[in-house]
Ligand binder design. Structure first.
Ligand code: PNS
Length: 182
């Protein structure tokens, strides 16, 4: 309190959310979640899992590049990456909650397990779920890679720059996509 008796405003608490995933590659379903999530939080951190034990189609650098480009229109969204436990990263970034999307019942059981495990590991960490937009409920990174590798059209399923990268990498020949990278 100042000597004049003037009230000093309490610092505004800002809501920080973490949206984690493999993003190998980012799809329009992810982008829909990012757009909607960015309206729920003051800051949304899209956190890419760098899983050294799992082979991915795109390297961590490539995924960071693609995500950085596609989130450019959202000023309160930033890109981060992590390895190890998600809850540790959540604490490190001072986030208030984890954001995840659910497309169908099949996602629900997996997401429930992860959310319970994270809450057990770190009781203060909440997970907030958004239902995937109906136009995106069938899209997964895995299916996109399979379709692209077999020469199918993935426009409308991924951002154009991801489509270009998939074309360059896979060429629609069916080659270049090993079972391990699915
Ligand atoms: O896009 P994905 O592959 O469905 O994302 C899964 C992700 C990254 C959210 C999950 O695998 C994860 O959080 N991994 C980090 C390791 C971890 O914290 N494991 C314990 C909780 S399951």
């Amino acid at each position: 309190m100042k000597e004049t008796g003037e009230r000093v405003a309490a610092p505004q608490s800002r809501i920080v959310a973490i949206y984690p995933g493999s993003f190998d590659p980012i799809t329009n379903g992810h982008l829909d979640m990012i757009e909607r999530g960015s309206r729920l939080a003051d800051r949304l951190i899209v956190a890419i899992l760098e899983n050294r034990r799992k082979q991915t189609l795109f390297s961590i650098q490539e995924r960071v590049e693609m995500l950085t480009e596609v989130v450019r229109p959202y000023p309160n969204v930033e890109i981060g990456w992590f390895h190890g436990l998600l809850v540790d990263y959540v604490k490190e970034r001072g986030a208030n909650f984890i954001l995840r999307g659910i497309r169908a019942i099949s996602d629900y059981e997996y997401e429930l397990q992860i959310a319970h495990m994270n809450r057990r590991l770190s009781p203060g960490v909440e997970t907030v779920f958004l239902m995937a937009g109906e136009a995106y409920s069938f899209i997964s990174s895995q299916l996109v890679k399979e379709v692209a590798s077999l020469g199918g059209d993935v426009s409308g399923l991924v951002p154009p720059l991801v489509q270009d990268r998939l074309r360059r990498l896979l060429g629609g020949t069916g080659e270049g996509l090993s079972a391990a990278s699915r």
